[in-house]
Design a binder for this molecule. Structure first.
Ligand code: FRU
Length: 496
């Protein structure tokens, strides 16, 4: 039986969804059915469909008591909404159903594992909440919360771990049929750690060990962990709060970290390499799945807590998911490529090779424009005796001062995204610079534009920069400029 709270949310979203036309949404990135979206939750495959749940506040475009929104897809690019899956309607989750994950049980039911929260000083504005891990079981549409919730409460925390920062369980099934989950936690040193739990049946859980410790290196609390084997490495993804920047890494305040290493004999994780997952502005809380053909695919919240104030009161929805990205690890580095099925959406190919830039003019190329586009660029120095000083690309441009720019300075090997002139009315973070490996002025870019975002894959996915733009979709122009001579190959497809 669905609670009144859930029934109300379902009625509300069905009505409000009709107020948003398809053109007002991203074309192939998932956005909330109505209202607010944050983290991806329960990203999984169930009965032949991809399921994506999300942190959801249907009633406004700001964060509020968390529900789980729900959508399904056959190709991870076209999504269909299902009714909201969870509402904060039980004693142990009355202030929010926070992030979590999902799997299929051997009996064919779908299991959701999430964090239930209850405020400890409900009247106070910044009241912290008690956080416990809970289950709900369902058929892919309707879910029943488990009568013995919470299944992992504060009593199953190791010594010193804070019961008020204990969230975001990621569950998986081992080859022997038993279950594991990892949960973000905050030990006595005030920085993050990841806890590992085990279960024979997915319902009764036992604390195993601390899987990884932050020891105050990357931010404070570690949120939204994911853990998997890829290309011979163990990979741990975490989203730390309150990070200090380190050189060109970790600039987001609330950022993402990819730790690459191996498991020790005692089961602990040993890190060998670390890096930011995304070098742009809007990317947080990624979750991964393994597709039936064995690919590791990641989707994140394409937004950042530090930049949510870009929104203005007239927004009908806020928050979107990133493109699904295929992951691999090479030489201790995470590579990301757009999901290959995106290529099936390519139409209207325009290609130019050896375009010479650097005459002082801004160059536009017939057919190279649009806000739903897949753009491939290869840059190389045009003059063997003199390295160019700067390359600059503008997109979402209207010729009247509105644009977002991507610029590259080969001398510094720095790539910069800047959306200051994207139509934002807010003075928030609009720029981010990434250091890319120096290759004598050569640079390869693949830029995926949807109506309200840009994802820039650098050098075959060695780095990615992601940012949202809320520019009027009629600003479709793309232009090129160079200071010094650059030779450029461009291929552009419309995505449909
Ligand atoms: C991360 C996060 C999670 C939490 C959720 C609440 O963005 O803070 O740790 O479960 O959002 O909406």
């Amino acid at each position: 039986m669905n609670s009144r709270k859930l029934r109300e949310a379902r009625i509300y979203e069905e009505i409000k969804e009709k107020e948003i036309s398809p053109e007002e949404r991203p074309a192939f990135h998932l956005s909330p059915r109505t209202g607010w979206m944050n983290d991806p939750n329960g990203f999984s495959m169930y009965h032949g469909l991809y399921h994506m749940f999300y942190q959801y506040h249907p009633y406004s475009t700001v964060w509020g008591p968390m529900h789980w929104g729900h959508a399904v897809s056959r190709d991870l690019l076209h999504w269909e909404y299902l009714p909201a899956a969870l509402a904060p309607d039980a004693a142990y989750d009355r202030d929010g159903c926070f992030s979590g994950s999902a799997i299929e049980l051997p009996d064919g039911r779908q299991l959701l594992m999430y964090t239930g929260t209850t405020k400890i000083n409900p009247g106070e504005p910044d009241s912290k909440s008690l956080q416990v891990q809970c289950l709900a079981v369902g058929d892919g549409v309707d879910y029943e919360k488990y009568e013995k919730n919470p299944v992992i409460g504060s009593d199953k925390l190791p010594e010193g771990a804070d019961p008020l920062d204990f969230r975001d369980p990621k569950i998986w099934r081992e080859a022997d049929g038993s279950y594991r989950c990892i949960v973000g936690s905050r030990p006595a040193d005030g920085s993050g750690q990841i806890l590992l739990y085990s279960s024979e049946d997915a319902f009764s859980w036992k604390f195993e060990r601390v899987l990884a410790e932050n020891k105050n290196r990357y931010g404070k609390m570690w949120e939204c962990p994911d853990f998997f084997t890829l290309d011979g490495y163990e990979v741990l993804l975490v989203s730390p709060q309150d990070m200090f920047p380190q050189g060109f890494e970790y600039h987001n305040g609330n950022g993402t970290v990819c730790l690459i290493g191996h498991r020790n004999e005692d089961g602990s994780f040993e890190e060998e390499f670390n890096q930011a997952i995304d070098y742009g502005i809007d990317f947080y809380a990624p979750q991964t799945i393994q597709t039936p053909d064995g690919r590791r695919v990641m989707i994140a919240w394409m937004q950042n807590w530090d930049t949510c104030t870009i929104r203005t009161p007239d927004y009908k929805w806020f928050g979107q998911m990133s493109l699904p990205r295929e992951l691999s690890v090479r030489n201790g580095r995470l590579y990301q490529q757009p999901l290959r099925e995106l290529e099936d959406m390519r139409t209207e190919r325009q290609s130019y090779s050896d375009v010479v830039l650097g005459s002082g003019a801004v160059v536009t190329l017939p057919g190279v424009e649009g806000r739903m586009a897949d753009l491939e660029l290869v840059l190389r120095p045009g003059n063997p005796d003199e390295m160019y000083r700067k390359f600059e690309l503008h997109f979402a441009r209207n010729g009247e001062g509105v644009h977002t720019s991507l610029s590259f300075i080969p001398r510094e090997s720095v790539l910069k995204i800047d959306r200051k002139f994207s139509g934002s009315r807010r003075a928030i973070i609009h720029q981010r610079r990434a250091k890319v490996p120096s290759r004598n002025g050569e640079l390869k870019l693949r830029i995926i534009l949807d109506r309200f975002s840009a994802e820039i894959f650098v050098n075959d996915g060695e780095q990615v920069m992601t940012c949202t733009v809320f520019t009027d979709p009629k600003a479709e122009g793309i232009s090129f400029f160079a200071d010094g001579q650059v030779r450029m190959d461009v291929t552009k497809y419309t995505l449909r």
